[in-house]
Design a protein around this ligand. Structure first.
Ligand code: NCD
Length: 310
């Protein structure tokens, strides 16, 4: 694997290899000294053009646990505020010769674009509402820890599917791993073409009792230019995951950050049965596995040349 840009380019065997490597790294995280020398002398650049708590901190920790050097770049406070473009920023920081660039931007396709500008391995940490592949991998890892395998499991992804890169990556990853995926939400938040990714579509939670796993999505206000639901109160009345709607048998997940009292009730967020903390912990070991997969071998490629204008 040269880059990790989307789940769509991974086979089931690739996903299994990464989550199995993550399980081996989990053992390192339980040691008193949590570091291995696997990527000593390598450099990882974290390039974040969007807010992040979990993803950025876990990529940083993952790189450090593998003994790589890390440079963290956030667009706020950088020369982006003086108008420097994404390309010029990448070329500038590329002068430090990073072996991997972890990039999050609000722009669909930006990670793939950056792959053409540098020789570094690119990890897409979220490109607008397109994909967030490491989130999907850590969610597969978390579910395998709980269920053993995803084959035949019924997974319901509930809420703002339209604006969610997590939904897109997770539908693909869960299906590749043999789960039956259903998306549910109000029609305005379910894109018409979503079924093409291989999931069922529901516009109510009437049949949610059939789900083994309920995966709630955050309402993505920052990507909404108009009102997509009449009000958050009405959304919550119909689609909030709360004790009335899920039973003790069902696993509840959420990628974070949570709008408490909107997509999840506070009671469910705080319940020890909810997997949110396990997902965050999985984030470190799965990102270690991704960086290890991309950087542990020799890298001999050069950047993909940009198309020339005629
Ligand atoms: C997600 C993201 O940024 O796409 N968060 C995350 O990485 N854990 C989901 C979200 O912001 O709702």
């Amino acid at each position: 694997m040269r880059h990790l840009l989307s789940i769509s380019e991974l086979e089931r065997a690739d996903i299994e290899r990464i989550v199995e490597q993550a399980a081996r790294f989990a053992e390192v995280s339980d040691r008193e000294i949590k570091k291995v020398p696997a990527l000593r002398g390598r450099m990882v650049l974290n390039l974040f053009y969007e807010a992040s708590t979990r993803t950025r901190s876990s990529f940083e920790l993952a790189a450090k646990r593998l003994s790589a050097d890390v440079v963290n770049f956030a667009s706020g406070g950088s020369s982006v505020e003086k108008g420097e473009s994404l390309k010029d920023t990448v070329l500038t920081l590329g002068a430090h010769k990073p072996d991997a660039i972890v990039i999050r931007t609000p722009w669909v396709g930006a990670a793939a674009l950056v792959a053409g500008w540098t020789g570094a391995a690119i990890v897409n940490a979220g490109d607008g509402k397109h994909e967030h592949p490491t989130q999907a991998l850590l969610d597969v890892y978390t579910l395998r820890q709980k269920l053993g395998a995803l084959d035949g499991a019924s997974i319901w992804i509930v809420g703002d599917v339209a604006h969610s890169r997590v939904a897109r990556s997770n539908i693909l990853a869960f299906s590749r791993m043999g789960a039956n995926v259903t998306v549910a939400g109000p029609p305005t938040l379910i894109p018409r073409e979503i079924g093409a990714l291989g999931c069922e579509v529901r516009f109510s939670l009437d049949e949610i009792a059939q789900a083994d796993v309920v995966y709630a999505l955050r309402m993505q206000h920052e990507r909404m230019s108009e009102a997509w639901v009449p009000s958050l109160r009405e959304y919550a009345a119909a689609f909030q995951i709360n004790r009335r709607r899920v039973s003790a048998r069902q696993l509840v997940m959420h990628p974070g950050p949570v709008n408490r009292g909107v997509e999840l009730s506070g009671e469910v967020v705080d319940s020890p049965r909810t997997l949110i903390t396990a997902q965050v912990q999985a984030g470190v070991v799965v990102r270690m596995a991704v960086l290890y997969e991309l950087l542990s071998g020799a890298r001999t490629f050069s950047p993909v040349p940009e198309p020339q204008l005629a």
